[in-house]
Design a protein around this ligand. Structure first.
Ligand SMILES: [Mg+2]
Length: 316
């Protein structure tokens, strides 16, 4: 069945039912979800509200010859929640503004929404509202809402010269799957880790790795007004990555440094002591120090090659 046969209100009703499946996962902070003119949130006293918007467009962010609708929807949720993780926030909920071509298959659209709702629900972010509109392309526009203790949000701009840089886990897998045209892997938004980083006074800056390590490190450096020395050989990679890249004719270094969509966290740590145990435990075994902040431009060491010519994802 095509969406135009189901109609706007039919589609909204089906989405509401899917969202209802996850209602048990709601709770924290949601006073009112789907069903009125707007949702109501009540963050805890002494907390700031964190808001992030994301677009997920067919042909740009997902393609159905590369992945199932359900996985694409799940990846949209991960992308949105990862921005909350990067700020150290606890998720409260998500809104979805859905643009749909009238001839889109209902099965495909509801598959996307199902993946989104399931994934977000698992991370304590129920779908609390949204909108449906007719459009030329299939697009999900998400707003992720969260809360963080007042004044404790992680930011990009407080890193200083000498701070060490850490990456929370392996990079490159999502880019390799995109290069192969077959996406199976769903990254994890590092929400618990982000919240732990926000509690530590030694973490001076943080960003999630959505566009690629070099691009996102560049954003952090620009915000902080510093440069960095990045050791390419220290960046954690997935197990068996070199062999998998060889089989696909892909350049592993390029995928690791510029691939994007891994949603690990990159953070700067003050001082020379070890990473706090609480952070190490949440980050897991592949947490790695990949360099430090330095004067001058971004410098890449630990590699025979030069800086990859394409520093990361660019829309235009
Ligand atoms: Mg981000």
């Amino acid at each position: 069945m095509e969406v135009r046969e189901l109609g706007e209100f039919g589609l909204i009703e089906r989405i509401g039912r899917l969202a209802g499946l996850e209602r048990s996962a709601s709770g924290a902070g949601v006073v009112l979800g789907i069903g009125d003119d707007a949702a109501l949130l009540r963050p805890r006293a002494g907390h700031d509200v964190v808001v992030s918007a994301d677009a997920f467009v067919e042909g740009v962010h997902f393609r159905f010859d590369h992945e199932t609708p359900r996985l694409a929807g799940s990846r949209a949720a991960v992308a949105a929640l990862s921005d909350l993780a990067a700020m150290g926030a606890l998720p409260l909920g998500l809104t979805l503004s859905l643009s749909v071509p009238p001839r889109a298959e209902t099965r495909v659209v509801l598959g996307l929404v199902r993946g989104l709702v399931e994934q977000a629900g698992q991370h304590g972010a129920p779908l609390i509202g949204g909108n449906v509109a007719r459009s030329r392309s299939l697009e999900l526009h998400l707003t992720a809402l969260g809360e963080v203790a007042r004044g404790k949000a992680l930011r990009r701009h407080r890193a200083r010269l000498g701070d060490r840089l850490f990456v929370s886990g392996p990079l490159g897998r999502s880019a390799l799957e995109r290069a192969r045209g077959r996406i199976r892997h769903l990254p994890e938004p590092r929400l618990a880790l982000g919240q732990a980083l926000a509690r530590s006074r030694r973490v001076s800056a943080c960003i999630d790795l959505s566009d690629g390590l070099i691009a996102d490190l560049g954003h952090l450096c620009a915000a902080s007004g510093v440069g960095a020395r990045l050791d390419a050989s220290a960046v954690p990679r997935p197990r068996g990555f070199a062999a998998a890249c060889r089989r696909s004719g892909a350049d592993p270094q390029r995928l690791v440094l510029s691939g994007g969509e891994d949603y690990e966290l990159l953070f700067a740590l003050r001082g020379t002591q070890d990473v706090p145990v609480s952070i190490r435990r949440l980050a897991g075994p592949q947490l790695a120090c990949v360099g430090r902040l330095a004067a001058g431009p971004l410098e890449l060491v630990g590699t025979a090659g030069r800086m990859p010519p394409q520093p990361g994802w660019r829309h235009f």
